[in-house]
Design a protein around this ligand. Structure first.
Ligand SMILES: *[C@@H]1O[C@H](CO)[C@@H](O)[C@H](O)[C@H]1NC(C)=O
Ligand SMILES: *[C@@H]1O[C@H](CO)[C@@H](O)[C@H](O)[C@H]1NC(C)=O
Ligand SMILES: *[C@@H]1O[C@H](CO)[C@@H](O)[C@H](O)[C@H]1NC(C)=O
Length: 604
């Protein structure tokens, strides 16, 4: 009898051990998927706030993307080790690689001497960041499924390990990993960016066609064009040069040698055609022949005897970028795609999935919000949007108000000057993250600065930041380029590109501060219209442009400070001259290490 019981019990116990869902479920408040730069940044902020979190990483290291990409191992993010200034906040304006922390060891310039660092140095930096800040990462853990449980409003995350997780909130920071693979007749003959040889010698004397026109395509071309017979590049749209679009994700000068060898007729060349209309076949000699199904462009009419791609190629390489991999989501929990940029998930301005409540995106996956407009797809931008997401979560889930600072009103001009000259978040995430000043009319002697708040959410500041502007006025400060200055065909070197006349400050083209004044706290309903359709901000009562400056030093007494003070005085109906320090105070402050200049706080 007893023997019989045992015979049943032993296999049952073995079965239970194999089914982690039964008792091996870790209950966690915040599950961060992905231990790259965005996941680590979020992990660090959650740890600092004392939250119950875990970062889940499929690989055995942090930032494994950078262990493989970019293939040719040179980053295009600027590592400017010297700005001539000692102010850390200012220096972060020109540091595109560091994450945010208070640890002075974790500044990227300590890890690389190069202006464009090696990708392996990023891997080293990220792993040090994780280790020194004790960020809780579960390595070697592959998420196999994420499913929202509607009854409990939690997420169940299955893994390839002997545990699963039940999470109240999920933050997906997995980056863009899935290569875009074109499908057309013969596309199986393509070599892919993620696999192709990076040894230039293997391309010696070859004719190479590259599909794509982003940085990965040009990086590939740059690596081999010294060995090849020629490199041709085909893509749907014209080259977008970062220096004319002011978008760091567009083609960067460090990658664009092929533009020279094309325009100087040195056999290389660029063409525009939609690769979806392409056909590739291998000729009897083993070479690859290209045709296009139809084209309006005569150069590309395959049946014309002058068809541009009529000579066969040795290799055709696809470098068409990456997209979001949503295969880990159960179909009931699959996030919708962004309509305008389908490689990204659709996110709301609070970084939450458009269709799955409680699911958030951090890092490059939230870039649809500022795609081709600002730096949210890159470390120097998303370290700040991750921080913004963290502050939104702190407010919503734990009732913690957004970081803020209250100061006497006579310091308003000075505070504004310090911020526009120093703050890195608003500089990197220009047009997106704003400094918001609440000026309370019921207590005329004080204002509150709510820094680095998403401009698109300014109409919901009270709810989302926990700071009410009720009964007062609101000033929003952004950095912006001129409305009609950026684009692939813009002549950003034209003689009248910059203005030095304070009367013409509103015509400033280069990045400059723009202030939006609201007599009453704005609401979401009345959005400002601009040349591009709809501006992120509600319609203001008054606007002021601070004149652009060649040195990005908005401290000139007559050109910058005086018009700014007059604008604020006319908005607030008060004299603000008593607290205003001289511009040179700020210039000297930027040389110093301190947070706030003495001339700023001492002036009465
Ligand atoms: C991670 O795994 C790779 C093999 O996949 C190995 O070469 C490497 O040494 C491992 N690194 C660490 C830090 O464990
Ligand atoms: C021809 O190419 C275009 C893109 O240029 C594509 O959209 C279309 O489907 C192609 N047509 C055929 C019949 O393959
Ligand atoms: C006005 O501001 C001062 C200075 O911060 C503060 O002491 C006082 O309580 C405030 N008064 C009201 C009515 O909010």
């Amino acid at each position: 009898m007893e023997k019989g019981w045992l015979a049943v019990l032993v296999p049952l116990a073995a079965l239970v051990r194999m089914m982690p869902a039964a008792d091996n479920v870790l209950r966690v408040d915040y599950c961060v998927i992905g231990g790259g730069p965005a996941g680590l940044q979020m992990g660090h902020l959650l740890a600092e706030a004392g939250r119950h979190y875990v970062v889940i990483e499929k690989s055995n290291i942090s930032g494994s993307f950078f262990a493989r990409y970019p293939r040719h191992r040179r980053l295009i993010s600027i590592n400017k080790r010297s700005t001539g200034k000692r102010n850390r906040e200012f220096n972060f304006r020109h540091d595109w690689n560091s994450l945010l922390s208070k640890d002075p060891r974790l500044v990227f310039s300590s890890y690389s001497q190069e202006l464009f660092p090696q990708a392996q140095q990023m891997v080293q930096y990220l792993n040090e960041f994780q280790r020194l800040l004790h960020i809780r990462v579960r390595f070697n853990t592959l998420v196999t499924q994420i499913r929202r449980q509607h009854e409990t409003k939690t997420f169940l995350i299955s893994t390839n390990r002997d545990f699963s997780l039940q999470c109240r909130w999920v933050i997906v920071a997995t980056g863009l990993w899935l290569p875009n693979v074109p499908t057309f007749p013969g596309s199986q003959l393509l070599e892919m960016y993620d696999q192709v040889s990076v040894n230039p010698k293997e391309f010696h004397g070859q004719r190479v066609l590259i599909l794509g026109r982003g940085n990965s395509a040009f990086e590939t071309a740059n690596n081999i064009y010294g060995e090849t017979a020629l490199v041709h590049m085909v893509s749907r749209s014209r080259a977008r040069l970062a220096w004319s679009t002011h978008y760091v994700g567009d083609l960067r000068a460090v990658n664009n040698d092929l533009l020279d060898t094309y325009q100087l007729k040195s056999l290389d060349g660029l063409l525009e055609a939609d690769v979806r209309g392409m056909t590739l076949r291998r000729s009897r000699g083993g070479k690859l022949r290209v045709r296009f199904n139809s084209s309006l462009d005569l150069e590309l009419a395959s049946d014309a005897d002058s068809f541009a791609l009529r000579d066969a190629y040795d290799r055709v390489i696809a470098c068409l970028g990456f997209k979001f991999d949503d295969s880990i989501f159960h179909r009931s929990t699959r996030p919708a795609r962004c309509r305008l940029a389908s490689k990204y998930p659709a996110v709301k301005s609070n970084y939450e999935s458009e269709n799955v409540a409680g699911l958030f995106f951090a890092g490059t996956l939230a870039h649809s919000l500022d795609f081709r407009r600002s730096a949210g797809g890159f470390i120097h931008g998303f370290r700040y949007t991750v921080q913004a997401l963290h502050r939104l979560l702190e407010r919503k889930n734990h009732g913690v108000a957004w970081a803020s600072r209250s100061l006497p009103l006579r310091h308003l001009v000075n505070t504004l000057l310090v911020r526009v000259n120093q703050a890195a978040a608003t500089y990197q995430m220009f047009g997106q993250l704003a400094d918001v000043y609440l000026i309370r009319n019921n207590n005329k002697s004080e204002f509150m600065l709510v820094p680095e708040f998403p401009a698109a959410l300014v109409g919901r500041l009270d709810e989302l930041a926990g700071h009410s502007g009720a009964g007062g006025s609101v000033l929003v400060s952004l950095l912006e380029y001129g409305a009609d200055f950026s684009g692939p065909a813009k002549d950003t070197f034209r003689p009248d590109r910059a203005t030095g006349d304070p009367q013409e400050a509103h015509r400033s083209n280069f990045l400059h501060p723009v202030l939006y004044f609201y007599r009453q706290p704005p609401t979401e309903t009345d959005l400002l219209k601009d040349d591009h359709g709809t501006h992120l901000l509600p319609r203001p009562d008054k606007t002021h442009h601070v004149l652009e400056d060649f040195l990005t030093q908005w401290t000139a007494p007559t050109a910058h400070v005086l018009p700014l003070r007059r604008f604020l005085q006319s908005c607030l109906g008060r004299d603000l001259s008593s607290g205003s320090a001289r511009g040179d105070c700020f210039v000297s402050h930027l040389e110093s290490k301190t947070d706030l200049p003495a001339c700023f706080l001492d002036s009465k």
